[in-house]
Structures are given as structure tokens and as C-alpha cells.
Design a protein around this ligand. Sequence first.
Ligand code: ASP
Length: 338
Amino acid sequence: MAETTWHRRHILSLETFTPAEYETIVQTAESFRQVLSRRTKKVPALQGQVVTNLFFEPSTRTRSSFELAAKRLSADTLNFAPGTSSLSKGETILDTAKTYLAMGTDLMVIRHQEAGVPLAIACELDRLGANVGVLNAGDGQHAHPSQALLDLFTLCSVLDAEAPSIELLKRKKIVIVGDILHSRVARSNLWSLSACGAIVHLVAPPTLLPMQFVAPFQNAIVGTHQLRQVQLHWQLEPALAGADFVMALRLQQERMTQHLLPSLREYHQQFGITRDRLSLCHSAVKLLHPGPTNRGVEISSDVMDDPALSLVSHQVTSGVAVRMALLYLMGTYHASST
Ligand code: ASP
């Protein structure tokens, strides 16, 4: 593993990440991808460290992926599940975090249904002078950095499997379609993809993509003068023309407080990704989805199961290497400040 310098104790959002940091993550993930393709898929990088997964909201792939990543780095892992914990006895979230701190946690991976909880825990741990890194594994509609970073790594490795790099993303057209309004994945991807020079097109019904949604992303400058390139569409077909990648998002019905869609059937008719619609894209187009997927709603089943089109399994596999990279980089910061 090449020497890398990492300057962040916590990873809470991608808002201030630089192209150089994205490149460090891609290169570190690539080294771990190579480790994971060996017979012995384990390295001693975090031996003796404790990684705690505090998941207050349900998760299948993210929690398992972080757990496996930590184990592949030889860390000891602790897993917190709210249903079986003292939260049900009235303990506060901060006290739960402090309990794991007292057990010697070095890195905390946190998911919560409310935006801002990982930040609140990170602030409290910093205030206590604890040398603990907090990684946001999804907070409300705010951010899901590790998902966007695994998407980034997947895109770079599909563009060049031998030498993935963020340079390959320059001017690539990436269409994100679905429930943008409620999606922390879309928000995090907007920061990373636009900072790496991709042209991001967002598509959704107007109720799920308000005009003002994009302003904070468009007005944020990358580097010295380069503006982020984001375009909005309320119809799918015109947006797909010449797309290099299409990322479909789940309809987050658990976060829809009002009636925002006529019916799932109608949504599929207008915004579902089908083989016919993909023929409007670049001939080498590939499809991504962060999961979990509503088959036949966001994507037709035959497209989802076609390995020539769908990168869904590839994303899951990349997820372990990317999460190893994030834990490793945060671990190097942790080690340098003890
Ligand atoms: N798994 C992703 C998330 O946690 C996407 C989704 O749930 O639709 O945000």
C-alpha cells in the first residue's frame, strides 16, 4: 500500500471533498480490490482497533458491507441494533455512543433516520477529546458518503478496469432518475460526480425534483473557477440521449409524507428504466442502483438481471473495497493523532 496522507478525522458529507481526495479514495479502494481478489482476503491494517456499527435505521447491504470491510482489515467489530438495545429503555443516542467509546471504539459507523445525528455524535466525541473517527452511513435525506464513493469507484473501474481514476469521469454524462427529493444518495453523488468533472442530469416528476433543489450544488465551486455541471429534467426520454451511465433511485415511500405520485404503475410508465429507453443512451451505457430495488417500478426486471447492462452486483462488490479504503484512511489519521 503506497503512503497516503489523509486529513479528515470524520467523514460526514462530501460537500468539501476535493478531486485529490476522491483520487486517493479510488486508488486506495483499488489496492483493496486487489487484496479481495486474492485467496487470503485479509490485511492487518486495523489490527487491535475497534470498529463499531451503530445502525439506528434498518440496513442490509451497508451494515454488512462495513462489517466485512472492518473484518478484512483485521479490526474487532461491534454491532448495535436498536430493537435489542438499551435505547428501548430510554437511553439517549449520545449515551449509547459514549458507552461504545468507553469500550475502546476507535471508529464509529453511524446510520440514523434523522439528518445530523452522525454530526452531533462526532461533535460530542470531539468535545470529550476522544480520538474517534465517525463515518456517516446515511442520515435522513442528508448524506450517504460511502454509497456515493462506491458508485464513484464502480464508474471509474468500469471505464478502465486496469487503471481506474477520476480523470476518466471528465465530461461523462450521468443521468440520475427517481426520487431525488428524498435521496441522500443523490445528494452525495451530486457532490462527488460534479467535483470529478462529470455532467450530472437529474430526472424526476416535478413533485420529486423541485426547481430550487439544485441551487446549492450548482453554486458551489470546485477548484478555483470550475462550476459544477448539473441539469434538471422532468421527462425521462430527452434526458437519456447519449448518457454514459444511468443511476436509478428507489422511491422512498417511508419518507413521503404527502401524496407525491399518482401510482407506482404510472411512475414506471413515465420514469421506469426499460431496455427500450436504454437504447436512447450511449451504446455502452450501464445502469446503477444503490438498492434496495423495487423491481418493475424503478427498473424493469429483465434490465436489472442483465449483466451486460446492470452494475448493481458490481456496486455491492465495490462497496467492500471502498469501505475498507475509508476505514483504513480514517485509521491512518487516528494513528497519526495518538
Ligand atoms: N440504501 C440507500 C440508502 O440507504 C438507498 C435507499 O434506501 O433507497 O439511502
